[in-house]
Design a protein around this ligand. Structure first.
Ligand code: IVH
Length: 699
């Protein structure tokens, strides 16, 4: 067998086993055998790059190459559904549509999956595009991530239409959601509030290898196009299943309202046994001819409606309202309740959002409250039973001063929330800035997370990021640490722990004074700090946490001024002269360097040996050859990765943007440039250049 034949054989076999495993739950081979076949395929593909195929199952493992997403316009807008919460409205929906059509309708009832929607385009049976909903008109092209989702077919089976689109939902199963949050807790990263956020966050990760590890699933619920095989949505979905799509097995054709109610009642209970989150039932007029006749309103189809399940509700008594100051200074009121069982967990605390929400409830201590948990970790108070009020409790009012530092609070302009303006001295805000400093995109201090920062701060070891560099091994090992990840996980499981959002009241992190960081863990921290001294200047600049200075602005500042002293001495005019920097950012930069405590931090970082200027290679590679040019990258390349091209554009003074507009100077195009991009570039008369031409420009 030639290599090509073996590659074809392995690709077919892996596709078949993938389907048996993920769609039919009926595997024929062990995971090990599957992995071995995959390994062999990857090896053969590596040695025979001429047989590269975007539809190869080997791409399901993802890649480490960071991809930024480009925006794609939807061929048909992605609309949402009208919601209803009552059976009466369901009855009206059927009645109204029957009277509009003047004939009986059949309704296809299906589950409403609670994830993030996706639009998949197939050309010649191959997946060519996966795009998020975005604003409904255009979304992010997340194709490389979607390829890692095993329930999304890369190549279709059977008799497929040549060019068509399907829509569906990408979901993170409950089990994976729990696993992911436990892992994040251990890594001291913030938790996802619900599987929906986790799914959409994952789909937008830039590293598709991490996406592949998260085990997303997809369900397809809608097929678009003019050449569909039958007039029935239900039948067409069965056809979609025959092409290899994952279609819900729980769809049902209903002939009347009673059958619809039976379906709703059954799934309101049974959905709790499903492996994925659902938040309602979608009802669709089954006949496509009827659908077309009914048409759309501006926002949603007239032929479909979502019946949303009532979130589970419990009653409890309000004992106290505490106020929590977040990392950015925003103050959140928290209701402390008598413990009550809600959807399988005991709830003791609930979010009250802001002053307006408290006033709207006219909340008094001792009130009987209704608590709801709508697929979120944080339960909320949705109402009170005024009839049960005994009039003894005080009215709840919003505090006027910060509970952490005593500073009078200010109201966020145009919003209902309050914040503590004492940025530099208010403990949670100080910790927030240090957390920004240690973050992956900043100093990337692995092994040091928010809980560690809490412990160091509480024990007086640090008051800013720079202080970390003076810590000794001994100091770290002697520092009493806060709760372990395992303890926090337990708290999540048997209490309404607020996902890292709020510290639990009575949570005295230091009470467990006996626990210490082990020598191994402490040494890892020291070596992470050591390693961070190599982090390039632009990221150090970002890590400082200057207001409005995000990653891109930090890059611009680094390139324009080359070292920290030059940035510190820059005038507003000089700053505004830099691309992407306007008055608001310029003023914030100047403000930052006026503050002597910040200068002290910078001096500390300098003496610790951090990169406070561009390195020799960065200086050498830096040019202004592309100054003023805005370049869009599209397609795949041979000489460099997309990411490398992005860096080249930026280090030569140009700007890499995601979507083509009249302001675009060039499109740097590789293979497989998207047809919509090509069209747009042509229509705006924007020159398209290839790799060679681009590299020539840098010579
Ligand atoms: S049909 C034109 N069916 O709900 C209407 N949507 O609120 C196409 N969703 O954006 C949508 N399960 O992400 C449809 N069985 C289902 C669904 C479903 C979940 C989501 C979808 C949509 C949102 C609308």
């Amino acid at each position: 067998m030639s290599d090509k034949e073996r590659i074809d054989f392995l690709r077919n076999e892996l596709n078949r086993h993938n389907e048996l495993y993920y769609l039919e739950s009926n595997p024929e081979i062990s995971d090990y055998e599957y992995d071995m076949m995959m390994k062999e395929l990857q090896e053969l593909e590596k040695n025979n790059p001429e047989f590269y195929d975007v539809s190869s199952p080997s791409l399901r493992v993802g890649s480490d190459i960071n991809k930024s997403f480009t925006q794609v316009k939807h061929r048909y807008p992605m609309l949402s559904l009208a919601n209803t919460y009552t059976k009466e409205e369901v009855r009206d929906f059927v009645k109204k549509n029957e009277s509009l059509l003047n004939e009986k309708i059949k309704i296809c009832a299906e589950l409403k999956f609670d994830g993030t929607s996706i639009s998949l385009t197939y050309n010649d049976g191959k997946l060519v595009n996966a795009v998020t909903r975005g604003d409904g008109e255009k979304g992010d092209d997340v194709t490389s991530n979607a390829r890692t989702i095993h329930t999304i077919p890369l190549k279709l089976k059977g008799n497929y239409p040549n060019d068509f689109e399907v829509r569906g939902e990408v979901l993170l199963p409950w089990k994976e959601f729990d696993r992911l949050n436990e892992e994040r807790l251990r890594e001291e990263e913030s938790l996802f509030a619900n599987p929906r956020n986790a799914a959409s966050g994952t789909l937008k990760l830039q590293n598709s290898k991490i996406v592949a590890q998260r085990k997303l699933v997809s369900v397809v619920y809608y097929m678009l196009g003019t050449k569909l095989p039958t007039d029935s949505h239900y039948q067409n979905m069965q056809y979609a299943a025959s092409l290899g799509f994952n279609v819900s097995k729980h769809m049902q054709l209903c002939n009347n309202v009673d059958e619809i109610f039976d379906f709703i009642n059954y799934w309101d209970i049974e959905r709790k046994n499903l492996p994925v989150a659902t938040d309602g039932i979608v009802l669709k007029v089954d006949s496509l001819i009827q659908q077309e006749e009914l048409g759309f309103t501006a926002k949603s189809p007239r032929w479909a409606i979502a019946y949303k399940f009532q979130a589970e509700r419990a009653e409890s008594i309000l004992r106290e309202v505490t106020f929590h100051v977040g990392r950015t200074g925003i103050v959140t009121p928290v209701a402390n309740l008598d413990p009550v069982l809600l959807s399988g967990t005991i709830v003791k605390r609930a979010s009250l959002y802001n002053e307006d929400a408290i006033n709207a409830l006219d909340l008094h201590l001792g009130d009987v409250c209704y608590v709801e948990k709508g697929g979120e970790i944080i339960p909320k108070i949705v109402g009170i039973d005024k009839e049960k009020r005994n009039n003894a409790g005080l009215k709840v009012t919003f505090i006027k001063v910060c509970p952490e530092c005593g500073t009078p609070l200010k109201r966020v302009e145009g919003e209902a929330s309050y914040f503590c303006p004492n940025q530099s001295k208010c403990p949670p805000q100080i910790k927030g800035r240090i957390e920004h400093f240690i973050a992956r995109k900043a100093m990337n201090l692995e092994g040091i997370g928010p809980e560690t920062i809490d412990a160091f701060y509480a024990n007086g070891l640090i008051k800013n990021g720079a202080d970390l560099y003076s810590l000794t091994l001994e100091q770290i090992m002697n520092c009493p640490r806060s709760k372990t990840a395992e303890e926090k996980i337990e708290e999540i499981n048997d209490d309404s722990y607020f996902g890292g959002l709020f510290a639990a009241p009575n949570d005295d992190s230091n009470s467990s004074g006996s626990r210490r960081f082990t020598e191994l863990v402490s040494k890892k921290m020291i070596s992470a700090l050591e390693k961070s001294k190599e982090i390039p200047f632009e990221r150090v600049l970002f890590a400082l946490g200057i207001r409005f200075v995000g990653e891109t602005v930090a890059k611009r500042l680094a390139m324009a001024f080359k070292n920290i002293d030059a940035v510190a001495n820059a005038t507003i005019d000089q700053l505004i002269n830099v691309e992407d920097i306007g008055e608001r950012i310029a003023m914030s930069v100047v403000e930052y360097f006026k503050d002597l405590s910040n200068i002290e931090i910078i001096n500390q970082l300098k003496s610790a040996g951090l990169q406070m200027s561009l390195s020799q290679t960065e200086l050498e590679n830096h040019s202004e050859k592309l100054k003023g040019l805005s370049i869009v990258i599209s397609g795949t390349f041979e000489k460099h990765s997309r990411d490398e091209y992005k860096k080249l554009i930026e280090s030569n003074g140009g700007k890499n943007t995601g979507s083509i507009s009249a302001k675009t100077s060039y499109v740097l195009a590789g293979d497989n440039m998207g047809p919509s991009k090509l069209e747009k570039a042509h229509s705006l008369n924007i020159p398209i250049i290839n790799e060679e031409k681009f590299l020539d420009m840098l010579k």
